[in-house]
Design a protein around this ligand. Structure first.
Ligand code: TRP
Length: 332
């Protein structure tokens, strides 16, 4: 297998939760073993919706710490802040020259944002996809691990890469493809019975990697369930299936089997299931939380990691930008 160049970013919108862990992070940790990986905190993209963020550095630092706690190894992968690689912005400018208003206006995420926030339809929001393309192309990435909601952006990245190559008659950029997870992806539901775990389902429905044991216990005991099965082997309604999905994520196979059997024989008591789930969840999250606390307290090491990430990102980014400037015809 030839080595891919993998690149992905995450916006620093809050603490990482269990959905992030099972959705992206575990996947990233695996990929750093197999490929050359660039992972960054998208702290420029934040400005498209929050132009005066106030605590942007603290927010970005917090997410970086949580990446490290989840197992991203700064020796294996390049982990950096997007704003530590300002070369991205120059590439963004070049890409914007060949990004058409019509195609940008048709982007689903843009139309959603316009609907949600009609008073802040700024040009940065419109050109979110070209900034994202710049993030990816600055490293000549070939693979981008992203969720379904980002596929349209990735498609545009290919469009811009191809357009650039043909415009300047040079094969500067590869066309990056989505990187599937080979079934490693585990969907983590929210605790309120519907939807994915994450911001939109609210804090009470979300287990954050920074949640203390008692907070986790409380959230799980309050999770939605129903009055129990009445017929043997009946199909589980969504909120019950969700509890089992969480159990499958953090409990042993025996435990899952145990409760599955109780469900199918109509003997289940959800209080017991939740108690077990809560303890297994605490056992899963607590080591991560402890690592987060330890990393947060070690400013000196963290600074070294951040500086090293910046250095590696810029080495890669500058190389690409030099070539880009050259093919356009600028002086280097
Ligand atoms: N748009 C992505 C999201 O909202 C974040 C992101 C920014 C990204 N730049 C990227 C993801 C480059 C992958 C590659 O989730």
């Amino acid at each position: 297998m030839t080595k891919d160049i993998v690149c992905s970013g995450i916006r620093p919108t809050g603490n990482l939760h269990l959905g992030n862990y099972f959705g992206a992070l575990r996947n990233f940790v695996q990929m750093q073993e197999e490929h050359q990986c660039f992972f960054f905190i998208a702290d420029y993209h934040s400005l498209t919706t929050h132009p005066t963020p106030g605590s942007i550095y603290q927010d970005a630092r917090r997410v970086l710490v949580q990446f490290l706690a989840c197992g991203i190894d700064p020796e294996k992968a390049t982990l950096y802040f997007q704003s530590d690689l300002p070369e991205t912005v120059e590439l963004y400018l070049f890409l914007n020259m060949n990004a058409y208003l019509g195609e940008l206006e048709r982007v689903t995420s843009f139309k959603d944002k316009v609907r949600q926030n009609p008073n802040n339809v700024n040009a940065g929001l419109l050109t979110y996809p070209t900034l994202m393309a710049a993030d990816i192309l600055i490293h000549k990435a070939t693979r981008v691990p992203v969720g379904k909601d980002q596929e349209q952006h990735l498609e545009m990245t290919r469009t811009y890469a191809q357009r650039f190559n043909s415009m300047y008659g040079a094969e500067v950029f590869p066309l990056p493809q989505a990187l599937g997870s080979d079934g490693r992806l585990v969907k983590i539901p929210a605790l309120n019975g519907s939807g994915k775990m994450g911001k939109s389902e609210g804090e009470a429905s979300t287990i954050f990697l920074t949640d203390e044991p008692d907070v986790i216990r409380k959230k799980i005991m309050k999770a939605k369930s129903d009055s129990g099965p009445t017929v043997p082997n009946q199909q589980k309604p969504e909120e019950i299936e969700n509890l089992f999905a969480l159990l499958r994520a953090v409990s042993s196979a025996d435990t899952v089997e145990h409760f599955d059997h109780l469900y199918n024989s109509c003997q289940i008591r959800y209080g017991d299931l939740k108690k077990q789930l809560a303890e297994d969840m605490v056992a899963f999250v607590e080591p991560l939380r402890q690592r987060i606390l330890a990393l947060e307290a070690d400013d000196e090491s963290l600074r070294r990691i951040i500086d090293r990430g910046k250095e590696k990102a810029r080495e890669s980014g500058l190389k690409t930008l030099k070539e880009v400037r050259h093919v356009i015809g600028y002086r280097n």
